[in-house]
Design a protein around this ligand. Structure first.
Ligand SMILES: C[S@@+](CC[C@H](N)C(=O)[O-])C[C@H]1O[C@@H](n2cnc3c(N)ncnc32)[C@H](O)[C@@H]1O
Length: 218
C-alpha cells in the first residue's frame, strides 16, 4: 500500500510551503500530502462536502482546504478550540501562547482563522467552533470525506466514529490520524477506531506515518 502523491496536488500545496512551515500543528509534510491525496480521491464521487474533526491552528486544514478548493468542494473543519486533554497546561505539547488571558483557557480559533485567511481558503473552508458531538447532532448532510483528528481519548475517538462515519457516502474516504498499535508510541483509541472501520468493510487504500486512509464500500 505505497502512496504516490498526485503531482497536481503536490504543486498546489507547495505554493503554501512557507505558511505550512510556520503553522504550528501535528502534521508532518509527508502525512499532510497523503491526507491531501485522500480528499483528491473523492472527485470520483458526487460533490459532497468534506469534514475535518480537529482543526487546531489549521495545519492539516491547509492541505485539505487546498484540494477542496481545487475540486470546488466545501471543507467543514470542526474544533471546540479548547484543546485536547494532551495539550492542556502541564502536558508535553502544551503551548502557553495559546491560552486566552481573559478566560484562562486555550483558544485556537483566532489562529485558525488567520491560517485559513493567509492560505486564501476562506471561500472553501467553513470553520465550525463546536464540540464535534454537538455539531454532529444537527448536521444531516452526506459527506464524501472524513478526517478524524479530534479528541484522542477512548470515549471521544469512539464518539467521533459513531457520530460521523454513518454520514459518509458509499465509496467515501475516511482518514484517521495517530493510529499507533503500540501503546508506548501513543494512544490506542485511534487504532481501535481504525480496526472498527476495517470490521465494517472499509478497505485500506494506503498509509503514511500514523495516518490511515480507508474507503467505504460502494
Ligand atoms: C491533535 S489536534 C488537531 C491537530 C490538527 N489536525 C493539525 O494538523 O495540527 C486535536 C484538536 O481536536 C480538538 N478537539 C478535541 N476534542 C474535541 C471535540 N470533542 N470536539 C471538537 N474538537 C475537539 C482540540 O481542541 C484540538 O485542537
Amino acid at each position: 500500500m505505497t502512496f504516490i502523491p498526485n503531482g497536481e496536488v503536490k504543486n498546489r500545496v507547495s505554493l503554501l510551503s512557507q505558511l505550512i512551515k510556520t503553522t504550528r500543528g501535528f502534521m508532518p509534510e509527508s502525512e499532510g500530502l497523503a491526507l491531501a491525496h485522500g480528499i483528491w480521491l473523492t472527485q470520483e464521487l458526487p460533490p459532497h462536502p468534506a469534514v475535518e474533526i480537529g482543526s487546531y491552528l489549521g495545519l492539516s486544514t491547509i492541505y485539505l482546504g487546498t484540494v477542496a478548493k481545487m475540486l470546488g468542494l466545501k471543507l467543514i473543519t470542526i474544533d471546540h478550540h479548547r484543546g485536547s486533554e494532551e495539550i492542556q497546561p502541564g502536558w508535553e505539547h502544551h503551548d502557553p501562547s495559546l491560552v486566552d488571558p481573559v478566560s484562562g483557557r486555550m483558544d485556537t480559533l483566532y489562529g485558525l482563522r488567520r491560517t485559513i485567511t493567509l492560505a486564501g481558503l476562506n471561500s472553501s473552508v467553513i470553520i465550525v467552533a463546536s464540540d464535534s458531538q454537538t455539531f454532529a447532532s444537527v448536521f444531516e448532510t452526506t459527506i464524501g470525506f472524513l478526517f478524524i483528528d479530534g479528541g484522542h481519548g477512548k470515549e471521544q475517538a469512539h464518539l467521533d466514529f459513531d457520530d460521523w462515519v454513518p454520514k459518509l457516502a458509499d465509496g467515501g474516504i475516511l482518514a484517521i490520524h495517530d493510529v499507533f498499535e503500540n501503546l508506548q508510541l501513543g494512544g490506542t483509541p485511534p487504532y481501535e477506531i481504525y480496526l472498527r472501520s476495517k470490521e465494517m468493510g472499509f478497505r485500506q487504500l494506503y498509509e503514511a506515518g500514523s495516518l490511515r486512509v480507508m474507503q467505504k464500500e460502494r
